[in-house]
Ligand binder design. Structure first.
Ligand SMILES: C[S@@+](CC[C@H](N)C(=O)[O-])C[C@H]1O[C@@H](n2cnc3c(N)ncnc32)[C@H](O)[C@@H]1O
Length: 203
């Protein structure tokens, strides 16, 4: 008999998957093709919040370039991996993207890579990003073109983590409705097929 695959929310799912997540690093990088970091320019001493930071794939790269990074994630097990990987100071915070535990106008830059695919509606999240960004601050967000959630490896076998597809036009529409100005939009392609949307917007 075929075993039924469990569908878990992000917190439960990523807590189980954390042990194996970094095996996917190359695969995830391929969806960005090195195009995300150059968009940020010189980030030395800049305060950056990485939301849905996971095991620190992006946080580490930002910290190595001299940024003061805060990594927030809903999964404690994912965040624990960051501390094991580096001695560079990265503040880790367990929290929800839709209810950020920071004062208004705290960060120069906010980043969120491969996160919105786990949010049913992006409005509350983008509104929170707007609140914690300083005036003139940048928000860099990626939106993977993924209509079917992949099977995710965990110590208890494969699972599915709850995911939601967002049309690129909808992402832009919500950001603009909250008064973000679009600075840059990149559609990353693989064999002519769009695999990722990367947006840089300004408060
Ligand atoms: C696909 S991983 C991306 C991790 C990292 N940004 C990267 O690019 O490798 C998605 C991450 O978002 C986190 N996440 C999902 N929903 C969240 C929420 N509501 N608030 C904060 N983090 C969330 C998950 O726990 C997971 O670590």
């Amino acid at each position: 008999m075929k075993k039924k695959i469990k569908i878990l929310n992000s917190e439960a799912g990523y807590n189980l998957a954390a042990e194996f997540y970094d095996e996917k690093e190359k695969y995830l990088n391929s969806f960005e093709q090195g195009r995300l970091l150059p968009l940020l320019g010189d980030i030395r001493d800049i305060k950056i919040l990485d939301i849905g930071a996971g095991t620190g794939r992006l946080s580490l790269a930002l910290a190595k370039r001299g940024a003061k990074v805060t990594a927030l994630d809903i999964s404690e097990e994912m965040l624990k991996k960051i501390k094991i990987k580096t001695e560079i100071r990265i503040e880790t915070v367990i929290g929800d993207a839709e209810n950020l535990p920071f004062e208004k106008e705290t960060f120069d830059i906010v980043a969120a890579a491969f996160l919105v695919v786990h949010l049913k509606d992006t409005t509350k999240f983008f509104d929170e990003v707007y609140r914690v960004l300083k005036d003139g601050g940048l928000f860099v967000v990626t939106n993977i073109n993924q209509k079917t959630p992949p099977l995710v490896k965990t110590k208890d076998g494969e699972i599915i983590i709850e995911s939601f597809y967002h049309r690129p036009e909808r992402i832009r529409e919500v950001l603009e409705s909250l008064a973000f100005g679009i600075e840059e939009e990149i559609f990353v392609k693989e064999n002519e097929v769009q695999v990722n949307q990367i947006l840089v917007v300004k408060k």
